[in-house]
Design a protein around this ligand. Sequence first.
Ligand SMILES: [Zn+2]
Length: 283
Amino acid sequence: MPEGPEVEAVRRELLQFKDQIIEKITLTQLSQKYPKYQGKQIDFRVFEHEKIRNLIRFNKFLVWEFGIQPVILNHLGMSGKWVIVTKFEDIQEQCTHPKVIIEILNSKYLVFDDIRNFGQFRVFPSFEDVIQYKPIKNLGIDGLSENYSVQTFVERISEKRFQNRVIGELLMDPRLVSGIGNIYKAEILFDSKIHPERKVSSIVNKERNILGESIPKVLLRALNDKGSSFDARYKLPSGENGEATRWHKVYQRKDQPCYSCGNKIQRIKQQNRTTFFCDSCQK
Ligand SMILES: [Zn+2]
C-alpha cells in the first residue's frame, strides 16, 4: 500500500499539471460498481474547463483543488496508480483497471488505475468540508512535513491515551504521526533500535527522542528515492519505479541476515499486519 512517501512522490509528479485546464473527467463504467467512487458522472461536470489549482496531501489522501469551490478527495487505496497516458487509444494498453480518466485540454490523459478497488475519488463541496472529514481532521503531525519536530512528536507520544499501545501498532496510527505504513514502520523501528512489541509506557524519554528522529529520517529518505516499488502495485505516474527498496534493512527480509549483527530477521503479525525486525538489535 502506498505510504506517505509514495503518495507525496506521486503528488509531486502530478503537479506538472498544475494550472492546466481540464477538458473532462470521466468515471469509467468499471468505477461505478464501487461506493468510494461516489457520485455520478454529472457531479464531475463542474470541473470541465477548470484549472487544476493545487494538489494537497493529507497522510495518504490527495485533495485536488480547482478554480471553483468543490474539491476532489482521492485515495490511492491498496494499489491505485495515476498513469500519464499520451493518447486515448493507449489507455487500455497502459492500464488494467482504469476507473477515472482526466482529460487535460490539448494535452495528456491522467488515468486512475485501481486494480484492487480500494481507491477513492469523490467530490466534496469545499476545501473546508474535506478538512472536516474525520480521517483528515484527526490526523497527527505529518512525518514528512517541514513543521514536524522531534519535540512535538515526544510530547504527542507521551499523551496518556497512547501509553498502553504497542509501538509497532501505534506507529501505523495516523492520529499520532501520519505518513507511516507497514514498510516504514518496520524500518523506523529498526533505525531507532526499538522492538515492535514494546509497550509505549516502557519506552523511555531518550528512546522517544531517537524514535522521533528516525521518523523523518526514514520517510524523507524514502521520498528522496520516490518510494518503494516491490511489484506492479506502486509506480509513479510517469511509469518510473521508486528506488527506496534498495536500502530496506528489515522489511520483507525474513530469515535473511541483519546487516548490523548478522542474526536472522524475524517476522511477526501485529493486528493482522506483518512486521519485520531484528531480535538482537531492537530492544
Ligand atoms: Zn541485528
